[in-house]
Design a protein around this ligand. Structure first.
Ligand SMILES: *Cc1c(COP(=O)(O)O)cnc(C)c1O
Ligand code: SF4
Length: 337
């Protein structure tokens, strides 16, 4: 009986936590002991891309610190409103690779499905912060077009659920979608890109694990963790449950000025990920999206940092430093200087 009760409680809990996420900066700051009067500059940026952050993520921030590396990921800043040359709405030209609604096909052998328009957190550096989700939010019927597209391309062996955050969708929705993907014979791998194990670990319920294990596809989950402070006990338990279900866990980070652009921070992040069963995969230089220029670290600086990381870790804990070019056939690895 106890596991059942726990499971039901957890299911209600993640949905409630998602509904109750913080959208009001005043509420966020009062939780952190910060005075909103110190930041009259937030309003314009807030209007352009709203604040959204879960209680679980706030709980990992240090109180009283405007420069907390987790707070900075969600904090609207006046600099977002200053136009910067080269920072545009669709930096990856994804709309050029959007043959049917909800599906992006840029790379050989794999397609990305915009599974859910929602996220449990709004990351200020998000390259999809200006993405037209409303035109790419497939109803059940629209998935038919995406699935027909995959079925008609036998070279596609991997389907990536992305977003938004795919785990913001319900178990039932995911189960139906995954079953339909699994019924396409040439697809053998399912991948999910998600921040929920970090920002809403209660989402990783036994029901979700069952949903992700109940099909024939090899399953990979790429979590998006930028800083070791994002990994607390709740996250560790969620990751451990996923790993026990046979899901391969990888991490990708974005190199962000003021958050993780430091050799020691990056080394600590890789070590911490490994402790919780996650292998570092990519470290992305920032996609040049309008509103995110204050996070930019130059390629040269990124390459210098990576030399330090390489010198401080075993090779298997060094993520690949990459840039995403709009029309390239893969992420582009940046050579180390
Ligand atoms: C990043 C990305 C992928 C996955 O690329 P990998 O190098 O396999 O991780 C696939 N499709 C799109 C559109 C992407 O942006
Ligand atoms: S898509 Fe990813 S990076 Fe963008 S806001 Fe959602 S969780 Fe953050």
């Amino acid at each position: 009986m106890i596991p059942l009760i726990t499971a039901i409680w957890q299911t209600e809990s993640w949905q409630r936590q998602m509904q109750q996420m913080i959208r009001d900066p005043e509420q966020l700051f009062s939780r952190l002991g910060l005075d909103i009067a110190d930041r009259p500059d937030l309003a314009a940026a807030l209007a352009q891309f709203p604040l959204r952050v879960t209680e679980a993520f706030i709980a990992k921030m240090q109180t009283g610190d405007w420069n907390d590396p987790l707070l900075l990921q969600v904090l609207p800043q006046a600099q977002e409103m200053t136009p910067q040359a080269g920072f545009v709405d669709d930096p990856l030209a994804e709309l050029d690779a959007n043959p049917v609604p909800g599906l992006i096909h840029k790379y050989h052998g794999r397609v990305l499905l915009i599974t859910s328009p929602a996220c449990a957190i709004h990351c200020r550096y998000c390259f999809r912060r200006n993405f037209p989700y409303s035109a790419n939010n497939p109803s059940q019927r629209d998935w038919q077009q995406a699935l027909d597209y995959i079925a008609a391309h036998p070279e596609i062996n991997e389907v990536i659920l992305s977003g938004g955050d795919p785990l913001a969708a319900s178990d039932d929705y995911l189960h139906k979608l995954i079953s339909r993907i699994a019924s396409i014979p040439h697809v053998d791998t399912l991948r999910l890109h998600t921040r929920l194990p970090l920002v809403l670990p209660a989402r990783i319920t036994p029901e979700l694990i069952a949903t992700l294990s109940r099909h024939r596809l090899r399953t990979v989950m790429v979590i998006h963790c930028n800083h070791a402070n994002e990994i607390d006990n709740a996250t560790r338990n969620a990751l451990s449950a996923l790993q026990k279900a046979g899901i391969t866990l990888l991490n990708q980070s974005v190199l962000l000025k003021g958050i993780n652009d430091n050799v020691d921070t990056l080394i600590t992040l890789s070590r911490r990920l490994f402790e919780v069963g996650v292998m570092p995969y990519y470290l992305h230089v920032l996609d040049k999206v309008r509103g995110a220029s204050h996070f930019d670290v130059s390629e040269h600086q990124a390459q210098t940092l990576m030399r330090g990381v390489l010198a401080g870790l075993p090779g298997y804990l060094v993520p690949r430093l990459v840039r995403e070019d709009p029309h390239a056939s893969s992420k582009r690895p940046l050579a180390l200087l």
